[in-house]
Every structure is written in structure tokens, then in C-alpha cells.
Design a binder for this molecule. Structure first.
Ligand code: ZN
Ligand code: ZN
Length: 234
């Protein structure tokens, strides 16, 4: 399926590039020149998406394979992508979610896929954070991806058991501790293959914890699709 086929151009209003205000490319709210400038990840570790000179398992994943079978990150968390994600998270700009989701879908289509997952599970927010923001930005980003691949967004499967501190300023060890036991499966999933969705990944602590929780609940095959990969925290 092509992106343009899933899109009703009438509902978009004037198509201006979110970044420069120029005329956007068909079906996207970004112009072609700005799209070409986006910080794409070309080669990366297949299980943690750490950018590398070629695609091979990074030393960390070789030593200790993560609970995630495959991780795809579309972009480096920098430049225009970082700005668009900030627009979405902190400025209620839901057009940014639509754009990021479509760009992610495009990137995912360029990765060979043996079998599609049976559903998409966005990393949940704690209800308190959800009330503050009014929406889960990962769910909003996930909608165009779900549409594009014809997959259900599974929103009720897992929840956060407690609010967690923002991971931003924490070290890698502190991040793992911060999210330990933070997720719980609400019911016994019948899925064998799930893709988790997240907006930004740094050490993978949050996604790994969620994957552990779902593996324990009986889901054998878990992958992770993220929009942007930040440089690893120490
Ligand atoms: Zn532009
Ligand atoms: Zn790795």
C-alpha cells in the first residue's frame, strides 16, 4: 500500500511544510527539500537500533541480547526531527504526530519484513501524565502507522503501575531502576508477535521493561518501532 492511498487530501487543508512553510509534498506536511534533510538512520544494530557503520549486532547486544527481537529506528534524535517531536510533546501539535507517523511508516516499508506483527502496542503513559498532556503522543503517532499497515492499535493491553520520573536526566543504570516493574499486562494476550511503538529511544530501558512484561505474559516475539534514536546515555 502507498502512503497517498490512505490519505484524504481534502481533510488536510492547505498543505504547508511544518518546518519551512513552503508547499508540502503530496500527502505529507513536509516539503521535499526538508524531507531530504531529515537525519535518517541508515545502518544500525538490528536489536537496539544503535547507529553503526554497517548493520551488525552491537557489542552490547552481543553480550546481552535484549528481550526485543528487532528494533527499527527511523531517525537520529536531532535537528528537525527533535524539533517536530517537541512540537508534538510539549505544544499540542497533533499535525506533527500525523507527519511523524507517516515518515515512520515510510521508513518501516524500506525494511524487509518476514511477517508483520499482529498488533501495535504504543508505550503507555501513566494516567496522571495522560491527564496533564491530554493525549499520548505515541498513540497519535501510531495511528497513521496502523492505517498504513492495516494493523490494530492495541491500547488496553498494558498499563503503567506507577508514575515514573522523567528518564531524560538519568544515567543508564538509573533509567533501568526507574522503570523496573513499571508495566503490567491487563489481560493474557493471545498474540504471538507484537510491535511496540515509542517516540524516542535512548538506552532502551523503557521498551525493554515493557518487552519483559509482555514476554512474561506469554508473547514470544516482540519488536520495537521507534521514531528517533538518541545517543546512548552513559
Ligand atoms: Zn520545508
Ligand atoms: Zn545493539
Amino acid at each position: 500500500m502507498h502512503l497517498s492511498s490512505a490519505l484524504n487530501l481534502d481533510t488536510l487543508g492547505p498543505c504547508e511544510c511544518l518546518l519551512c512553510g513552503d508547499t508540502a509534498a503530496a500527502g505529507l506536511s513536509i516539503c521535499n527539500p526538508c524531507q531530504h534533510e531529515l537525519p535518517r538512520i541508515i545502518y544500525a544494530c538490528p536489536t537496539c537500533a544503535q547507529p553503526l557503520p554497517a548493520s551488525y549486532p552491537c557489542p552490547k547486544c552481543q553480550q546481552q541480547p535484549p528481550p526485543i527481537h528487532r528494533c527499527i529506528a527511523a531517525f537520529h534524535y536531532q535537528g528537525a526531527i527533535r524539533r517536530i517531536i517537541h512540537q508534538l510533546k510539549y505544544h499540542q501539535d497533533l499535525a506533527a504526530a500525523e507527519l511523524l507517523g507517516k515518515l515512520m511508516a515510510k521508513s518501516l516499508e524500506s525494511h524487509p519484513q518476514e511477517a508483520l506483527p499482529q498488533c501495535l502496542v504504543p508505550v503507555p503513559l501513566h494516567p496522571k501524565r495522560l491527564r496533564q498532556r491530554g493525549y499520548n503522543q505515541v498513540v497519535e503517532m501510531g495511528r497513521p502507522i496502523a492505517r498504513e499497515f492495516g494493523l490494530p492499535l492495541e491500547l488496553g493491553l498494558v498499563h503503567r503501575t506507577r508514575p515514573t520520573e522523567s528518564q531524560q536526566t538519568l544515567s543508564a543504570v538509573a533509567r533501568r531502576r526507574n522503570v523496573h516493574g513499571a508495566f503490567e499486562a491487563v489481560y493474557k494476550p493471545r498474540y504471538e508477535h507484537i510491535a511496540l511503538l515509542d517516540d524516542v529511544m535512548t538506552t532502551g530501558a523503557t521498551a525493554n521493561e515493557l518487552a519483559h512484561c509482555l514476554r512474561k505474559a506469554g508473547v514470544p516475539h516482540i519488536e520495537l518501532w521507534v521514531c528517533a534514536r538518541a545517543a546512548n546515555a552513559q
